[in-house]
Design a protein around this ligand. Structure first.
Ligand SMILES: [Mn+2]
Length: 323
């Protein structure tokens, strides 16, 4: 863990915490755990994020007495959380700010983006960014509170896809957090339970209806398209039986692809965020990144999505042929 990051944090009095665009539980929980610790130290903290903040995420923040507001870049220190993709936060404003800049993330790093930061704490082995925050708070000698524990655990449960991608270290952090603060796991589950909206259920069903199936070497690769909830749809397609799924979502001037892969292919070396999705980033006019088993791409060219899906599928076939 970075000593320099800890001293940058200790020296600063005002903070802007930036979870990524349309924040998920891990990024808002990371911001929450850090914000609570900083506030205990009487520091001024604002949390801000690009794009829409859904009701579940706003509710999550409000449980901790926090709010997602307009960004104030004229602070002592800016901390970007859970992303190093320039399309997922306002990199230009971060760069222009005179603040000290810290990046905390568990996705595969992008050198170009990291150059803009004074310190980067990147741990790809961490299941969630909250797992990194847990270590950081320890290094800051910050006592673990029940609220912090709940936020840390929420990030671990959601980003490990309910423990499918969990590690012994993540289980360790979970057990330690709950034991030490006498928080219960049911409280964590209550915090992250989201009644699935009708729109998401429809997206999942339409995603399944529009499937294109490709078989390669005993594996099943699927591609589909919806108008939103592409991550949820990509996940649900693995549960239906696919080994790898690519789901595109097109809006006017906006193109997104979400991809998921089963663990056995990942163990054999498939890395969606590093080897598959970056190959279509330019085509859709944006960038791509993520983990081996879960990755995404964002761009501005929805007309290219069909071609992009085909490329993703054929790249995956190529990988399977090497096995
Ligand atoms: Mn995350």
């Amino acid at each position: 863990m970075s000593k320099k990051a800890v001293s940058l944090i200790k020296e600063s009095n005002s903070f802007l915490l930036l979870p990524h665009r349309s924040p998920d539980i891990d990024s808002i929980a990371s911001a929450a755990a850090l914000a609570l610790a900083l506030k205990r130290r009487k520091k001024k903290v604002t949390i801000s994020a690009e794009g829409a903040v859904n009701g579940q995420i706003a509710d999550f923040a409000s449980v901790f007495g926090l709010e997602i507001t307009e960004p104030d870049f004229s602070v002592d220190c800016i901390i970007v959380l859970d992303t190093n993709s320039p399309s997922l936060f306002d990199l230009d404003s971060v760069k222009k700010s005179k603040a000290k800049k810290i990046l905390i993330d568990h996705h595969s790093p992008k050198d170009g983006v990291m150059k803009g930061f004074d310190e980067c704490i990147i741990d790809e082995a961490a299941v969630s960014t909250t797992q990194i925050i847990y270590s950081l708070l320890k290094e800051m000698d910050e006592p673990l509170t029940k609220e912090t524990a709940l936020a840390v655990c929420a990030g671990i449960v959601t980003d490990s896809a309910n423990f499918i991608a969990a590690t012994p270290e993540a289980f360790g952090v979970l057990a330690e957090s709950l034991t030490e603060t006498k928080a219960s796991f049911q409280e964590v589950l209550k915090l992250i339970a989201a009644p699935r909206e009708q729109a998401e259920k429809i997206a999942r069903l339409k995603g399944a209806q529009r499937l294109k199936i490709t078989r390669e070497g005993g594996y099943i690769i699927v591609a589909s398209h919806v108008s939103s909830f592409e991550g949820s749809v990509a996940r649900s397609l693995l549960r239906l039986g696919a080994d790898v799924s690519f789901v595109a979502a097109a809006k006017e001037g906006e193109a997104r692809i979400s991809a998921r892969a089963r663990d056995d292919l990942v163990k054999k070396g498939l890395h969606l965020g590093r080897d598959i999705l970056p190959s279509i980033a330019e085509l859709i006019g944006g960038d791509a990144g993520g983990h081996a088993a879960a990755a995404g791409a964002n761009g501005v060219n929805p007309d290219a999505l069909d071609d992009a899906l085909s490329i993703c599928v054929s790249k995956t076939q190529k990988f399977i042929k090497t096995l």
